[in-house]
Design a protein around this ligand. Structure first.
Ligand SMILES: [Zn+2]
Length: 266
């Protein structure tokens, strides 16, 4: 059994401020370790359920957060950014049996996490897809579905877990924190690790979760920028249209074209 894991940091237990996600800041170290432990817990649960091969995409910032030490022998770790439009999902393909998302967070435009954002918070205020607020998770789940890989587990803040269940009602989720204003209320780091391991194991063991919904046949993507200059620039992508001073819209029936567009304008 092959499992794909995409790992972010803003939805890791305890993480509350930008400095804690920033490699160059002294606050970062403890949370880097917790991210690795949560990914390792997902790997352990997957192994107990029979996974023989695990590919992990480090998907935050420089994509060089995870260090191999915490990870089992069965896991291959993708560090850095290749330039492939799958970005946070680089490496996923039809050969995988399931995808996990670890450390995911609420999108820009909602208040589920003081660090809520979608892809690049400094550049983008929010993104909608077919009229719904989109998150990194919603795009990455669609990428997994496009490759016919079932998504069985999401961990992160309470809001992104609720969003995941809305997309896929039977998905397994582990909410490690919820937000009140600029604060986060977290479960203990050790209980996160135990819950993630157990959920990874049960998510793979339960055959009822092995389904892949059809993806939409047509996509309307709207990207809301923080600055009108960026929206103007993005509007020159072939087929894109400036629909307001700070928003660009793009339509296509082919999901990879949506990813390609975002790859060049975000
Ligand atoms: Zn993120």
């Amino acid at each position: 059994m092959k499992v794909f894991i995409s790992a972010d940091i803003e939805g890791v237990t305890g993480v509350t401020a930008g400095s804690e996600t920033n490699k160059d800041h002294p606050d970062y170290k403890d949370f880097q370790v917790q991210m690795a432990k949560e990914v390792a817990a997902a790997c352990e649960g997957a192994k107990e359920a029979g996974a023989t091969e695990i590919v992990i995409k480090d998907a935050h910032g420089s994509a060089r957060n995870l260090i191999g030490d915490h990870l089992p022998d069965e896991a291959a770790l993708i560090r850095g950014w290749s330039g492939h439009p799958y970005r946070m999902m680089q490496g996923v393909d039809k050969s995988f049996n399931a995808s996990f998302f670890i450390g995911y967070h609420a999108p820009g435009g909602r208040e589920g996490n003081p660090l809520a954002h979608t892809f690049k918070g400094k550049l983008i205020s929010k993104i909608t897809l077919n009229g719904d607020l989109a998150s990194e998770l919603s795009f990455n789940m669609l990428t997994s579905f496009y490759e016919k890989v079932p998504v069985v587990l999401v961990t992160g803040d309470e809001m992104i877990c609720a969003d995941a269940r809305e997309m896929l009602p039977e998905i397994h989720t582990v909410a490690v924190k919820r937000c009140v204003g600029g604060s986060t209320i977290n479960i203990s780091p050790q209980s996160s690790i135990e819950k993630i391991k157990e959920s990874a194991r049960t998510a793979l063991a339960d055959p009822g979760k092995n389904f892949v919904p059809e993806i939409p046949e047509f996509f309307t993507l709207t990207i809301h920028y923080n600055d009108f200059q960026e929206a103007y620039k993005a509007s020159f992508y072939p087929g894109a249209e400036l629909i307001s001073p700070k928003a660009v819209q793009y339509e296509n029936e082919d999901y990879p074209e949506i990813l390609r567009m975002m790859h060049f304008v975000i």
